[in-house]
Design a protein around this ligand. Structure first.
Ligand SMILES: Nc1ncnc2c1ncn2[C@@H]1O[C@H](COP(=O)(O)OP(=O)(O)OP(=O)(O)O)[C@@H](O)[C@H]1O
Length: 252
């Protein structure tokens, strides 16, 4: 399954305010792109447009050459899975029921779902023991993983993740991003942690000042100058003694 995402000339507004303008973004099939930027820069706004939750005020988003705006809702739901930041699922749902909802776009009136996809998504996220728990009795990090499991159960070739590691402890942050990396899907994710963005994504896109300030391989674009300009923080680049990977240390 392919999922080549191509956005051209996007303008995104919230209320009367233009948040982003002139945004072009091309994500190849199987490529993972991290969207980084300061609070309020427009990362979620951009992701909502890329996932067809909101329409852009100008510009187009194409998935495999087809405009999202003209794609039937069911087809879109098979093609794009999103984990958004604010979702609060109905309290009386059990974890396995919520994850099974990822299968809805694949069901026809006469089909029954074996539950295999939901079950394996739960396993992938290490949630087997939570399957029968009501979703309102999960910690913030557990709920985040459940929502990612639902997105995996959806089996969409394009995964859009808004701060998937929010609330997750250190181990689960790495486990989740490793799991996502190993799926081989096209992924666009907003991430605050620049180290995670650098490690698990092919490319980093920096959103700032109403547009894209930089885009490219993390070790090429996440320079101390750019980090200072965009985040207002002075950093030094150091090299990991074993892997040779560059890391950013915040200056005193
Ligand atoms: N529903 C809304 N109505 C009006 N303005 C909004 C709305 N939602 C967000 N905004 C504004 O749009 C701008 C971009 O918000 P957005 O949530 O896209 O930023 P973000 O980069 O994802 O931020 P964060 O890192 O804090 O999650 C912010 O200035 C925010 O205050």
């Amino acid at each position: 399954m392919t999922a080549h995402l191509s956005a051209n000339g996007l303008e995104c507004r919230r209320g009367r305010t233009t948040i982003l303008a002139g945004v072009d973004l091309d994500v190849a099939t199987g490529e993972r792109v991290a969207i980084v930027g300061p609070n309020g820069a427009g990362k979620s706004t951009l992701l909502r447009v890329l996932a067809a939750i909101d329409a852009p005020h100008a510009g187009t988003v194409l998935l495999d050459g087809q405009p999202l705006s003209s794609m039937p809702a069911r087809e879109r739901a098979r093609a794009i899975a999103i984990v958004s930041q604010q979702e609060v699922p109905p309290a009386d749902l059990l974890v396995h029921e919520l994850v099974s909802l990822g299968r809805v776009p694949h069901r026809s009136a006469w089909s029954t779902d074996s539950g295999d996809h939901a079950s394996s998504a739960l396993d992938r996220l290490g949630l087997r023991d939570f399957a029968d728990r009501p979703v309102d009795r999960l910690s913030g990090g557990e709920l985040r993983r459940v929502l990612v499991a639902r997105a995996l159960a959806q089996e969409a070739p394009l995964l859009v993740l808004d701060e998937p590691t929010n609330h997750l402890d250190l181990r689960h942050q790495h486990e989740l991003l490793r799991t996502v990396r190993d799926l081989g899907l096209t992924v666009v994710a907003a991430i605050h942690d620049l180290g995670l963005a650098a490690r698990y994504f092919d490319r980093v896109v920096v959103v700032h000042d109403g547009g894209i300030a930089a885009a490219g391989a993390a070790d090429e674009i996440l320079t101390p100058d750019l980090v200072h300009r965009v985040f207002g923080v002075r950093v030094t680049r150091v090299t990991h003694p074993e892997t040779g990977e560059p890391h950013l240390l915040v200056d005193p």
